[in-house]
Design a protein around this ligand. Sequence first.
Ligand SMILES: [Zn+2]
Length: 393
Amino acid sequence: MIRYRAAWVLPIAGPPIRGGVVAVDGELIAAVGPHDGGAVEDLGGVAILPGVVNAHTHLELSWMRGRVPPNASMPAWAASLMALRRTVSPEPAEPIADAIREARRAGTSLVGDVTNTFATYEPLLDSELSAALFRELLGFSAADPDAVVRVAQDQIAALTPVAWLRPSLAPHAPYSVSPALMRAIGRGNGDRPLSIHLGESAQEVQFLRDGTGEWRALLERLGVWNAAWTPPACGPVDYLDGFGLVNERLIAVHGVQFTDGELARLAAAAATVVTCPRSNRWTGAGAPPIERFYASGARVAIGTDSLASVADLNLFAELAEVRRLAPGVPASRILASATLAGAQALGFASELGSIEPGKRADLLAVRLPAGCSDVEEYLLGGIEPGDIRWLDA
Ligand SMILES: [Zn+2]
């Protein structure tokens, strides 16, 4: 048993503790609280907090870092990503391993990793990251949706099962997945978390309203337009609701276009909104209404998205952007989004996301400047990997 004392301990499940102590027994947290006078290893001017949760990324796209330029139109950005992706198969492995190490150095404990290939599975097996892996499916004109789902399920069954890597199925987005495939994924995914890019671009809203616009044009250009598809004439949340997919397992990623009514529906369903504001700027989706996300009462988690649309996988850099866009949200709520809320959404809340007895001791010590009086606000200022270290159990 090791008892660490620090200038601040942030349990997340409760308020910060000045001069607090965390007791670690093997791989697990044994106790957390104020210093009771017993023997401790004093870490000095640091904050101890749980490793952070990057609730949405695509590690397999790491080789695209800096190679898909920012664009003012999200469909145009996606088209350039697809054109680049067609030049490489399979996905290069080394950038995936590099990205995992980078995320780990930046204090990441758990990721929600979207994959089309499971190229990330072996590198994740070799790492200390935990992950919910979302096997993403696309097919706006898929002839046999159940067969598409079966192939993905067979891939999942062939993986080496470990407790800290949890695969499930994910539809890509409303404009790239047919209604029949959407239903087949819902049936095939059972009670596991279901992640989808939702309400990301204005063009998606237009597409669902009347079937026109840049997404329609892109589907036609790719030869996958489905002439039998009828625009639902509703917003993205109502559209998903029609397939029975708006529930506590839903992870709605981006939500830049969500109305207050849609956010209220997500909150009532106990669903999660994942915001990735740096990516939204890069892809041309726009600035997410983060203060409205919090005001709605929906669970809010935070992600970086992939290195194709963000400069790094440092979630603390993402937190600085969240703070810039949402100056009115209490720092404690943003930190909870970056830890416990992400763990809850990804199905890891019994093990990760807060400092509580019985949870895994995947804990960070972040160096604080002398005289730091508001530790929570400081942690939203953009922490660099050089100021982060992992506590050894
Ligand atoms: Zn994404």
